[in-house]
Design a protein. Structure first.
Length: 176
């Protein structure tokens, strides 16, 4: 490639819909359908918007016959996420990703036809502390004596983008 840039082979976008299951007793509904990937903070449900913990994303996608060439390595590219992700393809663990690029080798797990991708994303308590500061004490999920972050009250802060943002795709290594 020109200028030393790495080239990629063909890719398959995993658009969704995504079924997102949220960790219990953290204020979010048990399960939400995401037609497309968005930050939890953009969701209208405050339980999702201020969620802290682990959410499990699941989506199905199709790999056409002949798309995967013998001997060619394939990677799962999660695009962007915040803050730690762990992925499985067709039940096969792909590992933990926590820095960009959020990629994992999926050569062994990918098959022609229907595939099932699961990605668990875990964020920090930051958003939940903001959400709780907006609630009466008896409805809060967290219990803390910290009332500020950097000297600013939690109720005056904006939540951090959280979740899986994508774009999510399967990328073949370039042909040699």
């Amino acid at each position: 490639a020109a200028g030393g840039e790495a080239r990629e082979g063909p890719s398959i976008g995993i658009e969704g819909p995504w079924t997102v299951s949220f960790q219990a007793e953290r204020g979010a509904p048990q399960r939400v359908e995401f037609p497309r990937l968005i930050s939890w903070t953009a969701h209208p449900n405050p339980g999702v918007k201020y969620f802290a913990g682990t959410a499990r994303y699941a989506a199905a996608f199709h790999v056409p016959a002949g798309w995967r060439l013998p001997g060619r390595r394939v990677e799962l590219d999660l695009g962007r996420l915040w803050t730690i992700g762990e992925a499985w393809l067709n039940g096969r663990p792909l590992g933990v990703v926590w820095t960009a690029p959020f990629r994992a080798d999926c050569t062994e797990g990918l098959k022609e036809g229907e595939n099932e991708l699961v990605v668990e994303v875990t964020n920090t308590w930051y958003n939940r502390l903001i959400g709780d500061a907006l609630l009466p004490a008896e409805r809060r999920i967290t219990r803390t004596n910290l009332t500020t972050s950097g000297g600013t009250p939690w109720s005056k802060l904006q939540p951090l983008e959280s979740g899986l943002f994508g774009p999510v795709r399967i990328v073949a290594a370039p042909a040699k």
